[in-house]
Design a protein around this ligand. Structure first.
Ligand SMILES: Cc1cc2nc3c(=O)[nH]c(=O)nc-3n(C[C@H](O)[C@H](O)[C@H](O)COP(=O)(O)OP(=O)(O)OC[C@H]3O[C@@H](n4cnc5c(N)ncnc54)[C@H](O)[C@@H]3O)c2cc1C
Length: 528
């Protein structure tokens, strides 16, 4: 049993349950120990259950006092990046090997914080520093690793296995035995006429949040560009915190690639009721500034006056370092199922990596990646496989969970909607369910719906198995007579009609007839 001070970290989003604070919004009073939280309680940030939390036990300091100024001459395993992916793999490695030399290099401060909470931090009245769970020195001691913070990796020399580093304008180098790239992704900004007049913000890390927060004055009007997952979360957060928000997106409804139209429209209604003005199907064509302030002209002529602009139009994986080092890159750094690049000594995970399942810029996939990578790096080569991984959209105006169908999937949504709740299932043309979306109270169906979905990245041998199983199932398919409803079951056959038990439908002679009504084979239909 934990003590009253044991904290628990959400493996999905990094949020930490601290018994002293409880989770009053989720009905958990301050002072509630972990054991006494009901089993159906979910993470207030990302919605996963108690089983996805891990006790954060205070580890004995494994390292000498961390000296982030010092650059080592050699390091056997170097991780670039101290985001959730970089730290996740360091933690997983340490669980498996207590003596491995691990160094993290990061251009930021090395603080641990929950990036998903950046998009609901205003409503929670969090300053940037409130979000820091641990600083780099604490992490270095707890994990027994070295953290070289404030240091940018400028290049990778694969021949000499050296990283070129820069800190405060000074260059140095560091050797690596094996290298893990956990570089994350950069926010995209679409160029628009007059953009130089506007200081367009993006919030993709703690430092961005700090700067963004300092810009805003109470009641300011914010132009929010992008109504995707993160854009809608920011919109909801900012209106809840008392700002005026005008959200603009060329798509006809928000989260257009993840939601069917009906649920997208429910979200628009909910956000508008919360105070956000949504300009869907519109783009900003020009920015202007005059004595009354900044304004954006939309493609239908609408003028939106605003004080600050926030862009949330997607991310671009950080691939430049890898590309310049001659590694294979497409939209992300290409990795195989072991998270290995085309250089056997270099690996990648998190937002910068592109697996067979494509780019997966979410927490649950990066945690799964960190586990298989740690296994492989400690000598137990393990292939990545991913179940369906629904994502919680943090829009309290309309709680949503999305499990998107594969990109470009050919199929259709079926939506059951009543008042402010809905269940939508995406089916491919052959009827297979490949995605879903839940709104309002129906979000409680998350786990049962996820079980119905195919794996995001099936186990390679499981793929074979399931193919075999499907063909066996086909062999074992029953057939129903359309005329009299007699069922032909291959296991039973039709001994009186000369068909031995175990005969699949395909092997029955064409002149065989239904033993009940005499209809021919043509009058039978496959049934499950
Ligand atoms: C506002 C917001 C809300 C989100 N909400 C959710 C959510 O609810 N659920 C969910 O599943 N996902 C969510 N996500 C996505 C999720 O947070 C990311 O997938 C995840 O945090 C990415 O972690 P990462 O470690 O791969 O990248 P990052 O956190 O970006 O870390 C990259 C690291 O690499 C370092 N770095 C980069 N280049 C260099 C270099 N050249 N030299 C040295 N260091 C370098 C950076 O300093 C940083 O430390 C959200 C994202 C955002 C922005």
């Amino acid at each position: 049993m934990s003590d009253s001070t044991s904290t628990y970290i959400c493996n999905a989003c990094g949020w930490v349950y601290d018994p002293q604070q409880g989770d009053p919004d989720g009905g958990i009073a301050p002072g509630t120990r972990w054991e006494y939280i009901p089993d159906d309680w979910v993470c207030p940030v990302c919605g996963v259950g108690k089983e996805d939390f891990e006790c954060v036990t205070k580890k004995p300091d494994m390292a000498e006092e961390n000296n982030s100024e010092q650059v080592q001459a050699t390091a056997s395993l170097v991780i670039v990046g101290s985001g959730l992916a970089g730290y996740a793999v360091a933690r997983e490695l340490r669980k498996r090997d207590t003596s491995l030399d691990i160094t993290i290099i990061t251009r930021d401060g090395g603080e641990v914080y929950s990036k998903p909470m950046l998009s609901n931090a205003f409503a929670r009245k969090h300053q940037a520093d409130d979000m820091i769970q641990k600083d780099g020195n604490t992490m270095a001691k707890e994990l027994g690793i070295e953290i070289i913070a404030g240091t940018t990796v400028l290049g990778i020399d694969r021949n000499t296995q050296q990283l070129m580093l820069q800190k405060n304008g000074e260059n140095s180098s560091l050797s690596y035995g094996r290298l893990v790239l956990a570089l994350g992704a950069d926010p995209r900004i679409f160029p628009v006429e007059g953009q130089q007049l506007v200081d367009i913000s993006t919030v993709n890390d703690l430092d961005d949040y700090r700067v963004w927060r300092e810009k805003l004055n109470p009641g300011d009007h914010i132009l929010l560009i992008g109504a995707g997952l993160i854009g809608c979360e920011f919109a909801n957060d900012l209106v809840t915190a008392g700002y005026q928000v005008s959200m603009v997106d060329p798509a006809a409804w928000p989260l257009a690639r993840l939601l069917p139209e009906q649920i997208g429209n429910m979200l628009v209604d909910a956000l508008q009721r919360a105070g956000c003005k949504a300009h869907m199907g519109r783009t900003v064509i020009r920015y202007t500034a005059n004595e009354s302030g900044l304004q954006a002209e939309l493609d239908n002529g609408t003028i939106v006056k605003f004080d600050h602009a926030l862009s949330a139009v997607g991310l671009v994986a950080r691939v430049d370092l890898a590309r310049e080092a001659g590694l294979d890159v497409q939209a992300g750094i290409i990795v195989d199922r072991f998270m290995r690049t085309n250089d056997p000594l270099i690996f990648a995970l998190g937002d910068c990596a592109q697996t067979e399942a494509g780019l997966l810029p979410f927490i649950a996939p990066l945690l799964a990646e960190s586990r298989v990578l740690a296994e492989t790096l400690t000598g137990n080569e393990t292939k990545l496989q991913l179940p369906a991984m629904p994502v919680v959209v943090k829009t309290p105006a309309l709680p949503l969970i999305v499990c998107p169908p594969p990109v470009g999937a050919d199929g259709y949504w079926t939506v059951e909607q009543s008042n402010d709740e809905a269940v939508a299932v995406f089916q491919s043309q052959d009827g297979t369910e490949t995605g879903f979306a839940l709104a309002g109270k129906k979000t409680e169906l998350q786990k049962s719906m996820a079980k119905r979905m195919p794996d995001l990245l099936p186990a390679e041998d499981a793929t074979l198995e399931s193919v075999t199983e499907v063909s066996k199932a086909d062999d074992a398919q029953n057939y129903e007579c359309d005329v009299c409803s007699y069922i032909y079951d291959p296991a039973e056959g039709d001994p009186d009609g000369g068909i031995a038990p175990g005969t699949p439908w395909e092997d029955i002679p064409d002149d065989w007839v239904c033993p009940v009504c005499g209809a021919g084979k043509d009058d039978f239909t496959a049934v499950s």
